[in-house]
Design a protein around this ligand. Sequence first.
Ligand SMILES: Nc1ncnc2c1ncn2[C@@H]1O[C@H](COP(=O)(O)OP(=O)(O)O)[C@@H](O)[C@H]1O
Ligand SMILES: [Mg+2]
Length: 258
Amino acid sequence: MKPVLRVENLRKEFGGLVAVKDVSFEIFEGEFVGLIGPNGCGKSTTFNCISGLLNQTTGKVEIYGKDVSKMRPDQIHSLGMTRTFQHTRLWREMTVIENLLVPPRNQFAPSVIKSLLLPKSRKAEEERLQEAYNILEELEVPHMAENLANELSGGQSKLVDIGRSRMGSPKLLLLDEPVAGVAGPLAMKIFNNLRKTVDETGISILIIEHNMDFILRQGVDRIIVMNEGEVLMTGTPEEVKSNRAVIEAYLGSAGEEE
Ligand SMILES: Nc1ncnc2c1ncn2[C@@H]1O[C@H](COP(=O)(O)OP(=O)(O)O)[C@@H](O)[C@H]1O
Ligand SMILES: [Mg+2]
């Protein structure tokens, strides 16, 4: 089986700082995978390289077998990859439903944005609106459709951001700490919903989370554990739980964060 995403010996330096030393992994169709590691170990930088926001120093990223190393973010997005950011970027002065309809910054070429804003056929417009409402239904927040984004709590904003990432039926979703700062019950609900989405649609989700205890109990298929810019191990939650190197890294300095 061909991987949806393949990261090979990825390295990213910022001046003298090596943020990502040597990272390799693959994500397959219909997989729900966690990417975990202590703060500063290079998780978001890995996402930034995959999504084309940063050029890696060395190494390769492939999506559906296509080398995306030299592609712009909007070109990578058009292959079926959507990502969210650790710091949620909603359009604060717009309603929730409008946030789902207007694309976020950084993932669309100006021509795409222009075509979205130009008058379209009534049918196409209605389909997009219906898609947005369906997603809010699935996330069990249809009542929030007309709320302004700047009236939402942190947790609700995260939820809307996830909703927005699902617009246009991406095949590969990269979510950067979507439940950080979200209360336990809502965080669990979000993970359940993502699991269901993967099972029902066959898309692939790679999700960054930095709470090890939490992700071990959320039904992901595999967990990639990073430490200091490298992959420490990859395995099922059961395998991760009993891995010596992971236990040592997490019981050492890394385990004390937040
Ligand atoms: N744009 C940047 N410029 C310089 N240093 C950066 C930049 N982005 C991240 N870093 C550094 O790279 C390291 C890894 O950061 P990051 O990928 O955000 O870690 P994580 O997401 O795992 O917490 C950190 O030391 C961080 O300060
Ligand atoms: Mg991060």
